[in-house]
Design a protein around this ligand. Structure first.
Ligand SMILES: Cc1cc2nc3c(=O)[nH]c(=O)nc-3n(C[C@H](O)[C@H](O)[C@H](O)COP(=O)(O)O)c2cc1C
Length: 243
């Protein structure tokens, strides 16, 4: 089997929330999609180990927030790379309650949302396919929605183990230098650092141009307030990457 064929499948990136005003949780999912138009239904593949699974099963409702392409990294770090067990993932998050079911709906970085009543659950192995009937929906902004391809290829994001797709992490490319390294920095002495939360690799040869970090900047010289461009955690969460 050619495993790379799976990389040709297209997905969006969503936040799936469930619960009520007092108790709520949410996770990031790529596997949310409209399955029927009559009735209007959306399916979500939720890993059996996700804390949010219990909320969906107990409250029998969930919401789907469509993330924008220009998302804040910490949104993915918060909802996609840590579990809500013992942590309030909604701390500091802008959300509202759905008009029909009072399900929490994450509004931060969302371009649209759907409010769903759980109508079916199918055990599909590692995941449960939750089918929800759409009770309401709204468009919030005209921003471009985030696709999983953009997340992987532009943001260099990876799928954590609870995501359903078996897509291999992108291979490190040969470093491309947009400008020569300064004389006092030898590429052989510059180490790559890996984010211990999301797996993003800071390659000093590439820098982080999207955030004003020039190619050739060693990790040690990054500003103290630099954060992981993928999940938003600080420098202290990075470790030397030993190849
Ligand atoms: C880009 C991305 C895509 C993901 N897709 C899914 C998915 O489709 N289904 C799933 O169950 N988990 C998916 N995950 C993993 C969950 O978001 C993650 O395990 C989360 O920490 C679960 O949170 P919870 O335990 O609080 O419910 C994805 C994570 C990321 C970052």
């Amino acid at each position: 089997m050619d495993a790379s064929a799976f990389e040709k499948l297209s997905y969006g990136v969503y936040i799936i929330a469930s619960g009520c005003s007092d108790e709520k949780n949410a996770f990031v999912a790529t596997t949310a999609f409209q399955v029927t138009s009559e009735p209007l239904q959306i399916a979500v593949a939720c890993n059996k180990n996700n804390f949010t699974r219990t909320f969906i099963e107990i409250f029998k409702k969930f919401s789907v927030s469509v993330l924008k392409q220009d998302y804040t990294p910490s949104i993915l770090g918060n909802f996609g790379y840590r579990t809500g067990r013992g942590v309030n993932k909604f701390d500091g998050i802008h959300y509202k309650l759905g008009p029909h079911t009072s399900v929490p709906i994450v509004l931060d970085d969302a371009v649209a949302w759907f409010e769903c009543k759980l109508v079916n659950s199918i055990d599909v192995g590692s995941h449960i396919l939750f089918i929800g009937e759409v009770m309401d929906a709204d468009t919030l902004t005209d921003d471009t929605p985030l696709t999983y391809t953009y997340y992987r290829e532009v943001k260099k994001g990876k799928a954590p183990k609870n995501a359903p797709h078996g897509v291999a992490a992108p291979k490190d490319e040969e470093p491309k230098f947009e400008k020569p390294l300064t004389n006092n920095i030898k590429s052989s002495t510059m180490k790559s650092y890996e984010c211990s939360v999301c797996g993003y690799v800071y390659n000093p040869a590439e820098g982080d141009p999207d955030n004003g970090i020039a190619p050739g900047t060693p990790f040690e010289e990054l500003p103290d307030d630099w954060t992981c461009p993928l999940c938003g955690v600080p420098k202290s969460d990075f470790e030397v990457k030993n190849d």
